[in-house]
Write a protein that binds this ligand. Structure first.
Ligand SMILES: C[S@@+](CC[C@H](N)C(=O)[O-])C[C@H]1O[C@@H](n2cnc3c(N)ncnc32)[C@H](O)[C@@H]1O
Length: 311
């Protein structure tokens, strides 16, 4: 794919209907020879729209108006390029706990949670957040994670978590203002509710930080899993992570995780974690498949806004 095609695809399939500002910017980049030439200086994995737009937002640059964005990006390219080379897209969305909850609560309690690709670990606290499935409320406090649940009874309670650990190539620390600023910059401009949710979830995590280990989800998983308490159900889980991982490593990861005791919850797009058969997705916005121990169970929306259990 050319860089222009990557930005056109992002505008049409990711930003369209979700972020008018990013749709405008990405469309403008497709026709901007100067910016395309600058992006070509970066390694392919570092040319993504989310990374460019997030870095410009982090630096306080304009992301509403494509002309202002162009001028700012060209004028500040050395610092933008340096940030894009060292940073990665590590969006951490606590809202995803709302689609994990139905599976987590159905497992034998208590749970020892191990998230691979944990970013700052916000998804390691499904027992501390509140949830709203339609009229059905679970838990109290903030954030309240709203989710549309279809073809299923909503969960009736919260899981009991006795151990939580995260593994990430680059763990982020919510108590570090610089890391929190990057997580904030990764949230798309119009998504003020997600920004509020990040702050609320970060406060929960900061009050009782998890064990976050720097490492690879294949090489370092067994050693971390071995630290989990034997009298709890080990649950290895991941959400929107495997698209970062090369295909042969995804296969190896699945083999490693299947060799561990306990359970495995995946919430990933089916093109990165395929299944033999899947029902048709009920709508374009339901991109991910929730699976337990390799069995696909439901379509989910990318930020945990909806779960549609297979009929
Ligand atoms: C998009 S974030 C998702 C964070 C979190 N799972 C969530 O749902 O909010 C993906 C994370 O996976 C991490 N990651 C990518 N490849 C990895 C690998 N091979 N081993 C461990 N973590 C990895 C990245 O550093 C990043 O923090």
């Amino acid at each position: 794919m050319t860089i222009a095609a990557i930005y056109a695809d992002f505008a049409a399939h990711e930003a369209h209907g979700v972020s008018p500002a990013y749709e405008r910017l990405a469309s403008a980049v497709t026709r901007d020879r100067e910016l395309l030439a600058l992006l070509a200086l970066l390694p392919p994995a570092k040319r993504q729209p989310n990374l460019l737009f997030g870095v410009v937002r982090l630096l306080g640059g304009p992301v509403e108006d494509p002309t202002a964005f162009h001028d700012y990006t060209v004028a500040n390219w050395p610092v933008i390029e340096a940030e894009m080379r060292t940073r990665a897209t590590q969006t951490n969305e606590a809202g995803r706990c709302a689609v994990l909850l139905p599976v987590l609560t159905a497992l034998p309690q208590p749970l020892a949670l191990l998230e691979v690709g944990a970013s700052a670990g916000l998804c390691l606290y499904p027992d501390r957040y509140a949830y709203r499935y339609g009229d059905h409320l679970i838990g109290s406090g903030e954030p309240v994670l709203a989710c549309t649940a279809t073809n299923m009874a909503p969960p009736t309670g919260l899981p009991q978590v006795v151990w939580r650990a995260g593994l990430d190539l680059n763990p982020l620390d919510v108590t570090d203002p610089a890391d929190l600023a990057w997580l904030d910059a990764l949230i798309w401009p119009e998504h003020t509710h997600r920004r509020a949710r990040l702050r609320a979830a970060a406060a929960v995590v900061a009050a009782d930080p998890p064990l976050l280990v720097r490492g690879d989800l294949v090489d370092d998983l067994p050693a971390l899993a071995a630290q989990s308490p034997p009298d709890a159900t080990l649950v290895v889980f991941h959400s929107s992570v495997l698209y970062h991982v090369p295909t042969p490593r995804r296969v190896t990861f699945a083999e490693v995780v299947r060799g561990l005791p306990g359970n495995w919850i995946a919430n990933e797009a089916p093109d990165v974690l395929p299944y033999d058969t899947l029902p048709m997705p009920p709508g374009e916005a339901l991109h991910n498949v929730l699976a337990l121990d390799g069995t696909p169970l439901a379509w989910t929306r990318s930020h945990g806004q909806a779960i549609n259990w297979f009929a």
